[in-house]
Design a protein around this ligand. Sequence first.
Ligand SMILES: O=C(O)CCC(=O)C(=O)O
Ligand SMILES: [Fe+2]
Length: 261
Amino acid sequence: MILKPYLKFQIAKYRYYRQCTVDFTLTNQHHHLQQFLQDGLLILENFLKPSQLLTVLKEVREKTDLYENRKEQGKQWLGNYRIAEIDRLVPSSRSFFENPQLMDLVKAYMSETAESYSRALVYKTQPGERNFVHLFHFDDWKHRVKAFLYLFDVGPNEAPMVYLKGSHRSGLWRQQKEQEYFDYFQTDADGRYLDEAAASCGCYLLPEVRNLQQRYGFQEHQCIGKAGTVVLFDTRGLHRASVLNKNSRLVLMNAWKIPEG
Ligand SMILES: O=C(O)CCC(=O)C(=O)O
Ligand SMILES: [Fe+2]
């Protein structure tokens, strides 16, 4: 009885991961790739020049309803206000979304076929709000990479993500939670969960996290950074949101996956 779902998952995983390869020839940023492979996290400061950043912010102000507090364009999602396909609405954001160095680095890390599948503006404005992403979690058993570009400074009070360096690598310790994810994380066409269990798939409670840190030495990194910083992370690594204490957090988010045939 128990063997069947286990085998089904192992086969799916084997098939899926056959497409993933690290290829140093696809990037000239070998040092960054090495660091990203080691930690699952890479922080790139001053990714955009101040003038590029100002252009993006100005266009965000002009083309979105963020500053008028109407918020009709976006969707509320887990404590965030989110506008999908922001690169269409705010073309200057392509200086981030279509940056060739970043694309090459992600392809070298995942696969030459990696493609960007979500380009959003994510705005956190609710101080004190918490939900499932405030627990340490991985996003998926599949290989996904996300990048946040900070449009405002993110200090300890502005909800910096916390990442456990090194926790992105495969290991027996994560097998059970990956299996649960495979079994229960299902959504309908509109992204609604089909099973109540889906929301907390991939989540770890703090005692479990402490234990993993002790056993494997995963170091916590609080992703603070100035406006213009990029935080690139492998979403298989354990990470959590932190509470917004004051101000707001405005980021552009790019996410990559490997197309499945
Ligand atoms: O907003 C954050 O700080 C992290 C949210 C998260 O878990 C994610 O984007 O995968
Ligand atoms: Fe996440």
